[in-house]
Design a protein around this ligand. Sequence first.
Ligand SMILES: *Cc1c(COP(=O)(O)O)cnc(C)c1O
Length: 390
Amino acid sequence: MKKKVFFDLASRVNHLSPYLFAAIDKMKQKSLEKGVDLIDLSIGDPDMPTPSHIVNAMKKAVENSANHRYPSYEGMLSYREAVAKWYKKRFNVKLDPHTEVLSLIGSKEGIGHIPLAFVNPGQTVLVPSPGYPVYSVGTLFAGGKSYSMPLRKENNFLPDLNKIPKNVLHNAKLIFLNYPNNPTSATAPREFFTEAIRIALKYKIIICHDASYTEIYYDKKPLSFMQIPEAKDVGIEFHSLSKTYNMTGWRIGFAVGNKNVLAGLGKIKTNLDSGVFQAIQEAAVTALGTDDSILSHIRGKYLERRDILYNGLKKLGMNLIKPKATFYAWVMVPSRFDSMKFVTYMLDKAGVLATPGNGFGEAGEGYVRFAFTAPKESLYEAVDRLKRIL
Ligand SMILES: *Cc1c(COP(=O)(O)O)cnc(C)c1O
């Protein structure tokens, strides 16, 4: 008789907090099986296609056999030059494409790997709560400890850096920041970044700024962390073509800034991956040169959707701040619910799916996130359905 073998997961995997999003997925599957006409506003993934001039650049690049071989891990020079040019044009920030730009297989890849390069077991990483889950997962995989910095409404969803205890700062190696912010949609003023840099210099903490949403704005153009004096001395900025050019499936992003930090991340990458398919890098060069009119068209669509959702939810008496950037609305749940109960209630009674705020960390409890990555007709319909149950 064959013996059944059972393999235990490594503790770093076992220690992952139960993935709330997997539970949501199950709920979603169940209601789809029941034939519910679901309006899914839970996904932070643009529904609009990649602009056709980028797709065409990819078609051409795929035909070129020179692109079929291993790419270099740090990225083609032409790609890194295109990134540097884009930073100069968009932010007036000068970058050396040879040492201050690194290609990534999506920014998630770099965010997940950076703790492996700089965090020793037991060292601390400061992470926002609520926040993109990869900050704390990457930390856990490197053996580090996450210290949650709550983002609260009364502080405009910025962490209060002066409330972090001194002993925590002394043991901290990295800090993750993310503005415009997922999930709260908050933006950060210059003074916030200046204060973060002051503290990082004092305690020798590397700042990792996740800037995935700088191009999705409805108000002032968001800042790059790299625009702040001394930013390059203490940190790097992650960016991605995913949200800006509707390219989430393509897997291409980059990190810029402090060359020693980038070299450390590069060391991890040379040993783990072999870079981004060159055809994708060539298409990304085209993307970074995209005419502003295409981007403002995309922003215009999101703006229209934001207004439908924001005005609709406001009229229902819901408590939220008008998003100045990103494609998320961060909404307080009515007091008789918690995050998960409210999500379940909306799904069961109205077929509208949002994300429970506590899925992004404990401090997200009491909120839900709506993503307006759905056509405006769906948003009108969602508001209409919620009106009937609230
Ligand atoms: C979408 C997202 C990313 C990851 O994007 P990639 O597709 O991996 O480039 C990173 N950070 C935040 C906050 C995001 O929402």
